[in-house]
Design a protein around this ligand. Sequence first.
Ligand code: ZN
Length: 274
Amino acid sequence: MKSKTLLAIARAARLKGYAPYSHFLVGAALLTEEGSVITGSNIENASLGLTVCAERLACWTAVHYGYRRFSKIAVIADCTPPPVPCGACRQVIWETAGNVEVIMGNLAGETTVMSLLDLLPEPFGGSAWADNPVAGNREEEEEDLWRLPVSFTPIGYVVNNFQNPKDIPDNYRELISQVIIDPELEEGLYRVDEEEKITVIAYLHLSRGFTLKDRRRGRGNKNYGIFACHSPHRPNAIAQSTGEIVAVDRNRLIVRGLDLINGTPVLDLKTVIN
Ligand code: ZN
């Protein structure tokens, strides 16, 4: 993944921050060697001392989700020059990720790139404890591992005139939407135009909460189990919407017949293979 993309993800994560005291929002995005991105934003506390920075939140979240190998971290804030990680974050990035590339950016588009050891030349490490017999000797309970949350990075988003679910008209099957794909993934659309239909797997970002039974479209609008109908109020707010491929223009896919609103994050695309 390009540093520019990682910085763009950090910029989006910044908006998830909680900074009612300083009003200084910071976003961070940590790239794993597998290509996953774990984000963080600064979370303040009225005690001030309990505030945590975006970089540390990203590091701790990544470790919690089982990631251990990283290649770079991006940090962004609205300041000139671009922000540098504080001392505490440098120490935590060192322990979590080692000597990774640190990409620092601001909203004006300026960036600075340094290695972690440039920022923290004499890092404190845990090598003195390497012989501790407890380390690396834990028995793990693995049968519940499937319960761990899964995280995805959207590949793109939907553009159309439907601003909220109520705006989707009954004749949506005739209407055009665009699916804009991250330019880095454009090659994945190679020969898509040879197919007729495509299924868009999307995240219903406005959906809140879920129910286990809901009304099913058709069949007299009766109640069905949530897994027997297409209600948006599901345990995982994932939708699939199939449309007709009209055209492909670089990273822009024109599709007729999607029932997804403007701005819906897209997780995957699959052509319909008969
Ligand atoms: Zn910090």
